[in-house]
Design a protein around this ligand. Sequence first.
Ligand SMILES: C[S@@+](CC[C@H](N)C(=O)[O-])C[C@H]1O[C@@H](n2cnc3c(N)ncnc32)[C@H](O)[C@@H]1O
Length: 437
Amino acid sequence: MRLINRFDRDVTYPAVILPVREISAFQKAFYNNLIQVPKLKTVLAIEGSQDKKKVLIARKSEAIDKYVNEKEYEYSEEKVQLTYQNLSMNEVLKELLPPDVGEVPSGYETVGDVAHMNLMGKLFDHRYVIGQVVLDKNPSLRTVVTKIGQIESTYRFYDLECIAGDSSTYETIVLEDKVRYKVDVSKVYWCSKLGHERNRMIDTILKEGDVLCDMFCGIGPLAVKAAVKKKVKAIANDLNPACFEFLKENIRMNKVKNLVVPFNMDAREFVRMAVRKSNDPAQKEIPKEMLRFDHCYMNLPVDAVEFLDAFVGLFNDANYKIWSSNETNDQKTFLLPMVHVYGFSYFSDKDKALAYFVERIGKAMNYPEFSEKDVLHFHNIRDVSPQSHMYGTSFRVPFEVAFSKVQHENKSEEESKDQIYDEFEDKSRMKKQKIEE
Ligand SMILES: C[S@@+](CC[C@H](N)C(=O)[O-])C[C@H]1O[C@@H](n2cnc3c(N)ncnc32)[C@H](O)[C@@H]1O
């Protein structure tokens, strides 16, 4: 209560006395002079008058003076009491927090009815006050949490502390473009800021009927949305068992059971398993029409690139037919999947970042010939900090990588690397020969 009274203050505003029928035109014409104070009534009744009201304004101006004089209206003054509820979140925090905290927090990520903050340093010491103000000022929120420590776990979610509101559950429903997701930010990864990237994929890359292999799908933000919006079919996988449970629920909630098939395994195992299934006519886990996928989505920015080794020698003679558009051995007829792999780079410069990713991708696939020419699309997704920038790289799995004869899994790492290089040399020679012929 003491906290609340601290904000009470009397303020006197000028007001223009206007006929009721003129009020909205006046407000439109002098929009910049209107009072922008939350929850303050700025049109006041005049006792004993039916046809006139007072409109409070933040300040007079020459233009308003002219208007009032020409129309022979009148000014008055109005004393109002401002309270805690009339101040913005920013104003309250500026007043409450000591100056040595630096800039007061102005934002947070909203996940359904949970506000997700990242309070650090001195701000962290004042987290309960900050949490309470955020909650007070945003009635649609139920809970405010802050991250504790760094995101280091395999499953990429943060340790959280509830700093205001209901701490009984962090489970919430997120609505993104009419798609509903059940999420619990204390158990699974979720990032609203990636919504624009999901939309880019759906609007410009994925086509109706395409098959998506989402290797690190989380609770299904891309797979489920692509199914709802574009009837994309997806095999969607995440290692986190909690993601798997939410994914199943999100598939059910959005009625895309016939389009999205969920899996809960390691991404390397998953993609190998999916391709192996294409050789097994008796398998029932993956619908036949999803055995050949058009896109592999690899959104684990911390090290998805390293998982590209899963594509080395992934395809073989037995599933040759499925991945080729006709039955000849001409590599140009292959429809190998397009990979969309995400990663962090120190470089804010796009060209330097591209060179960095090309080298990493080539190394991960043991394919030193991989070059910028193989990259179909490269773009900055977001700047996480001045030292860390997230990029997306899209390319088609190279033929030489996909059909390498190396039995990658059964060899020691060193052995398999040597063999892969020999294999590539042979392939390159063969390719050259073919061109010369
Ligand atoms: C950055 S999150 C992205 C999730 C989802 N694509 C999204 O945009 O919300 C990465 C996900 O990869 C999962 N993950 C981590 N290691 C994995 C692995 N070896 N195999 C499969 N999934 C893994 C994590 O559990 C996490 O959900």
